[in-house]
Design a binder for this molecule. Structure first.
Ligand code: F6R
Length: 246
């Protein structure tokens, strides 16, 4: 079941997402968190860091699993998701490095997928944070990915490469074409899922996710079949939902 919370702007999306995250970590200090990269969760992460620094909310017993990582960028590349997560979240919190899991795209990729699935199978994610691609992807599960998928290697779609070029000097030739991602069934195994989206370029994907048919062509549409999903959107990302109701 999807509960949609529509707020005014990105700041309010981040405030609301932080409330949910904070309640969880306070009530369950050893919570297992599924985390996303990209622009959408950055406001949430900033609020987590501010609250940790000002109010002492601790993440020392929290376990984290990230959704994905580019293939072809070393960990030390500024746009690797490994560094993104450290820069935007982990360096500002007291999460223990050994409790952080990010899929590795270095070395044997098949073995890395297997070991990530193995690690995920030891836990249940309490709260999975998601962004959404303009094409409806979650993690890097692009349109057409099986709903039964587990951690795997993907070829990024042209639309995703274009969307992410903004992180690579707007040069699509610098954007990796492959990634390692948690599969859709790994995401669906979470107890609760919190998807955040803002901006008009997400409006069609949000409309298809919330009101469309459940189809592998819109990976996020599977969320309709999860028992506990909250989608927080701003006015622009929710603009097609409004149009539909009129
Ligand atoms: C990131 C991820 C992606 C992004 C999505 C939206 O770990 O898995 O699904 O959440 O591409 O990206 P932004 O938030 O940059 O618009």
């Amino acid at each position: 079941m999807i509960k949609v919370i529509k707020v005014k702007n990105y700041d309010e999306v981040s405030d609301k997402a932080f409330e949910i995250m904070h309640d969880l970590v306070v009530s369950k200090p050893n919570a297992v968190l599924g985390l996303a990269t990209g622009s959408s969760p950055v406001g949430l992460y900033q609020r987590m860091i501010k609250d940790h620094q000002e109010n002492g909310t601790s993440y020392k017993d929290v376990i984290t699993f990230n959704l994905d990582e580019y293939v072809g960028l070393e960990k030390s590349h500024p746009e690797s998701y490994y560094l993104f997560m450290h820069r935007n979240l982990f360096d500002g919190l007291d999460v223990k490095e050994e409790n952080i899991h990010i899929p590795s795209s270095e070395g044997d990729l098949t073995a890395n997928c297997d070991s990530y699935n193995q690690a995920l199978s030891q836990y249940q994610i309490d709260l999975q944070i998601l962004g959404i691609g303009s094409n409806g992807h979650i993690g890097f599960n692009e349109p057409g990915t099986s709903f039964d998928s587990v951690t795997h290697i993907v070829d990024l779609k042209e639309s995703t490469i274009k969307d992410n070029a903004r992180f690579f000097d707007d040069d699509i030739s610098k954007v990796p074409t492959k990634a390692i991602t948690m599969g859709i069934s790994n995401v669906m195994a979470a107890k609760q899922i919190l998807l955040v989206a803002s901006g008009a370029n997400k409006a069609n994907a949000i409309q298809a996710t919330v009101m469309g048919v459940v189809t592998e062509n819109v990976p996020a549409s599977i969320l309709q079949e999860h028992p506990n999903v909250i989608i927080i959107i701003d006015e622009a990302a929710g603009s097609s939902l409004v149009k539909e109701k009129k």
